[in-house]
Design a binder for this molecule. Structure first.
Ligand SMILES: *Cc1c(COP(=O)(O)O)cnc(C)c1O
Length: 359
């Protein structure tokens, strides 16, 4: 049975932001979704209410021990005016894995996707239509029980907010542009047995210091290496990493430290469909560096919901600054971006059945 949610419409609709100057995650829509969880009662009282600050007891567990998770996906308006989501059931699957790791209550995929559809439907006029724009959807769950003991909470809130966003790249027309990455050999993002595969804020908090130091060295992103030896490539910033060496596309396997990106899975499926060799295997930083020095590192790119595909033009390893490919946007990165973006926004046929319509 589909979930039903109470809807309370705002009395004070906000003006919509200028679609020409939309940034990522700055403007928020008129409403939000909220649902409560109590042990013994389960998830209950799902509702769409006017967007407003949340109130929180100062002793709420999330503020002290960080029991919280989040998700991220987008709603797009197609040229024919339809509203669609990109593979939301993949996010729903990931919620289950994250919540299980964080000792947080399970959310059924039909509840997760149903809540998103209900909110996006109410906020349909907030989905920008200009090319490169979309409605970013941010579901999150946190422990709101007031207690200072360290154990899994008995009360949680599931909230969804939406933010109209512009193109990821601050270039004319939002076209793809190549970034630079710094090979991190000191700080650690995730270790096997930890929470690297879970989408949790703590992973991000722990990554800020490395990001700041990479920025100080003139790089836009950190290339995370494995926590034990710092020799294998893992992720790029908060995105999945792909390396193209001698025609083979290589990405780190999902062994507990890698966030299983929806975009990552889609890239792999598309490459297989196109007959491009793709391997989920460990790749040594030194092999990528040698390939770069010998002119065989054809491409490096990152994948994630925000940017879709983010090409890398420069790799900084110790004191070496190495050029990837010709330093610009690679051929596969461009092709993958065009295909994924086309399917997401309805400009290309969805042959793999990835999109889900919102009525
Ligand atoms: C969200 C995220 C990604 C990308 O996942 P998508 O589902 O493709 O958006 C990759 N790495 C990390 C660490 C993430 O948090």
């Amino acid at each position: 049975m589909p979930y039903e949610f109470k809807i309370e419409k705002t009395q004070h609709p906000k003006p919509k932001p200028d679609p020409d100057t939309l940034k990522f995650g700055k403007a928020f829509t008129d409403h939000m979704f909220i649902m409560d969880y109590a042990e013994g009662e389960g998830w209950h009282d799902g509702r769409i209410v006017p967007y407003a600050p949340l109130s929180l007891d100062p002793a709420a567990a999330v503020l002290h021990y960080g029991q919280a998770m989040f998700e991220g996906l987008k709603a797009y308006r197609t040229p024919s005016g339809k509203i669609q989501l990109f593979r939301p059931y993949k996010n729903a699957e990931r919620v289950r894995a994250t919540n299980e790791r964080m000792c947080m209550p399970d959310v059924e995929p039909e509840l997760f996707v149903g809540a998103i559809k209900a909110l996006v439907s109410v906020e349909r006029d907030w989905i920008p239509t200009k090319p490169g724009t979309s409605l970013y959807i941010r579901p999150f769950i946190y422990a709101d029980e007031a207690f200072l003991g360290v154990h899994a909470a008995h009360h949680y809130k599931f909230v969804i907010i939406c933010s109209p966003t512009g193109p990821y790249y601050d270039t004319p027309g939002g076209q793809l542009s190549a970034t630079s990455i710094f090979v991190e050999e000191n700080y650690v993002r995730a270790v096997k047995g930890g929470t690297g595969f879970a989408k949790v804020g703590g992973n991000y908090a722990a990554s800020l210091k490395a990001q700041a130091e990479a920025a100080a060295k003139g790089c836009e992103q950190v290339l995370w290496t494995d926590a034990i030896e710092h020799r294998y490539v893992e992720e790029i910033g908060t995105s999945n990493a792909f390396f193209v060496i001698g025609g083979e596309v290589i990405t780190a396997p999902l062994l507990g430290t890698i966030l299983p990106g929806v975009t990552r899975a889609s890239v792999i499926e598309l490459l297989k469909k196109w007959g491009v060799p793709v391997s989920e295997r460990r790749l040594l930083v030194e092999d990528a560096v040698t390939a770069a020095k010998e002119g065989r590192l054809d491409e490096v790119f990152a994948s994630g919901t925000a940017a879709v595909i983010s090409p890398v033009g420069r790799l900084v390893f110790k004191d070496d600054s190495l050029t990837v490919g010709d330093g610009g946007v690679g051929r596969l990165a461009r092709r993958l971006y065009d295909e994924l973006y086309g399917i997401q926004t309805g400009g290309k046929p969805d042959e793999l059945g990835w999109t889900v319509e919102v009525n």
